[in-house]
Design a protein around this ligand. Structure first.
Ligand code: FAD
Length: 462
């Protein structure tokens, strides 16, 4: 690491990686500092024996194609490919869909017998939503207006979004509508080559554009002088920076890295109310080389709970699981099959265990997931040669997100993230906030927005 940079980016999640790339392309001297030994943040992977497990590559909207092409290059966008078989299995319905407006309209009119005009009206409203619109209407009332007293339809529309980001029916309709509408435009997509290839390509692109990447580089503090950023402390060493873009959790950024004493009382009063999202549990299954998995779908949203219930989806007693199935086509030229089961969870449900209890709880999680997966892959125990579990503690440990939050902050965090630079000159935040700026597409786009703001600041303060 040098003594000084134009900009230090704290954290290499998709928001940080993208912000660093834009700043480097614009000719700034950039340091990307990541505390982990690996890049990607939540959007990462890990190797165990002959398996590669993707942590958060389950699906993103088609908008990633355009964002990748513009902000990373054609080599990235060309690898984006549709995930075509999405399965729902719960006590209210079983169906297979391509998860786009056309196929959902077919299901809503034919399977759920909703009049066509009602369905069209709902999708038309989703299309017209913007993140700066009025937030007062909750999702519950949006559904009640379009599909009154149809809990089965609500489940179809809401459950996959709750599985992904923990949204509830009481949160703003626009945060639900924008995320769901993005998927509905053309379905669900993935990155051919897997997260490992994508991150290798990103590191190469960053270096080609002149950015420096430091891993195992914990930013301990963001130095603020006279209301303005002056640098950071990384692993005990002071590094000068004219601007800092933090990709760390918003709460950690304000309270731990900068310190509340540097913020106005008005900002803090609202900021302290900002809630973080729930966390996740995952169970990873590696299929023994030479074994094959039948095609059971790419993404399976399963639940044994009688109705849609966002609290039950996050409960310690698991009733809902999303399986992502990775066939060899994801990593062409290999014969690797893996399955990742994702469950929502709360940090506090896992935090109080002793070491032995924690280990036993993880074993039980693996065992329960095996039993549930047998409904879809009857011989899973015979063909699987590796399992491992992650809990909210795991997510906190590897990303430092407060309470292992999988999607940063709830909607209320958005304005405090976007207005950070009004509090501290030269300090910008990017990364999971407000549901809309979360997920692969949201964080890549938010990385660009943060870089543009930092660019404006540096240009004005030359
Ligand atoms: C289980 C799971 C499944 C998901 N599935 C999907 C999906 O299918 N589709 C989708 O669109 N989204 C999915 N997501 C969400 C998506 O992965 C995230 O919203 C997105 O990757 C977050 O990016 P980010 O820019 O906020 O950074 P993060 O991924 O949060 O990364 C922040 C980075 O900053 C680093 N950092 C923090 N503090 C410091 C510090 N002080 N010094 C140095 N480094 C620091 C961390 O180590 C980390 O690498 C999933 C998330 C989870 C948890």
């Amino acid at each position: 690491m040098q003594e000084n940079y134009d900009v230090v980016v704290v954290g290499s999640g998709l928001g940080g990686l993208t912000a660093a790339n834009i700043m480097a392309r614009n000719g700034y001297r950039v340091l990307l500092a990541e505390q982990h030994f690996q890049l990607g943040g939540l959007a990462t992977y890990f190797r165990r024996r002959h398996h590669i497990f993707d942590v958060a590559l389950h699906g993103f909207p088609v908008g990633m194609q355009k964002s990748f092409r513009k902000y990373w290059g054609k080599g990235f966008s060309d690898r984006i490919s549709q995930v075509k078989k999405i399965v729902f299995d719960n006590p209210q319905f079983q169906l297979t869909t391509t998860f786009d407006t056309e196929d959902f309209t077919r299901h809503l009119t034919e399977t759920f017998r909703v009049p066509r005009a009602q369905v069209d009206g709902f999708f038309a409203e989703l299309k017209s939503m913007n993140y700066y619109d009025d937030q007062s209407e909750p999702t519950r009332s949006l559904f009640q207006r379009h599909f009154p007293d149809r809990p089965d339809v609500w489940r179809l529309l809401m459950e996959p979004i709750t599985y992904a980001n923990g949204s509830t029916l009481d949160e703003p309709a626009i945060s639900y509508g924008i995320v769901f509408g993005n998927f509905m435009s053309k379905g669900v997509y993935t990155f051919i080559g897997g997260t490992d290839l994508m991150l290798d390509m990103m590191a190469a692109e960053l270096r080609a554009n002149g950015a420096e990447i430091a891993t195992r580089a914990l930013v301990e503090r963001i130095i603020v002088d006279g209301g303005r950023v002056r640098g950071v402390v990384i692993n005990g060493k002071e590094i000068g920076a004219k601007a800092v873009i933090s990709n760390g959790n918003l709460l950690n950024t304000v309270q731990d890295l900068v310190g509340e004493e540097h913020f106005a009382a008005e900002y803090l009063a609202g900021f302290r109310q900002v809630r973080v999202s729930n966390s996740s549990c995952q169970v990873y299954f590696g299929i023994r080389p030479g074994e094959r998995l039948a095609d059971i779908g790419d993404l399976l949203f399963t639940s044994t709970h009688p109705v849609f219930d966002s609290a039950a989806i996050c409960a310690r007693k698991v009733t809902s699981r999303t399986y992502s199935v990775y066939y060899p086509a994801i990593r062409p030229g290999t014969d690797q099959y893996t399955i990742v089961a994702s469950m929502n969870g709360w940090y506090d449900d896992w935090a109080g265990y002793s070491k032995e209890e924690y280990r036993a709880a993880k074993e039980a999680l693996i065992e329960d997931t095996f039993a549930a997966l047998e409904n879809y892959v009857p011989d899973i125990r015979a063909i699987c040669d590796y399992t491992e579990a992650a809990t909210p503690k795991t997510f906190q440990r590897y990303t430092l997100h407060r309470n292992g939050a999988s999607f940063g902050t709830k909607f209320d965090g958005l304005r405090y993230s976007m207005n950070l630079h009004e509090q501290i000159g030269g300090l910008f935040h990017t990364g999971s906030v407000g549901i809309i700026m979360s997920g692969w597409l949201g964080t890549v786009n938010y990385g660009v927005m943060a870089a543009n703001e930092a660019d404006k600041f540096l240009t004005a303060n030359r």
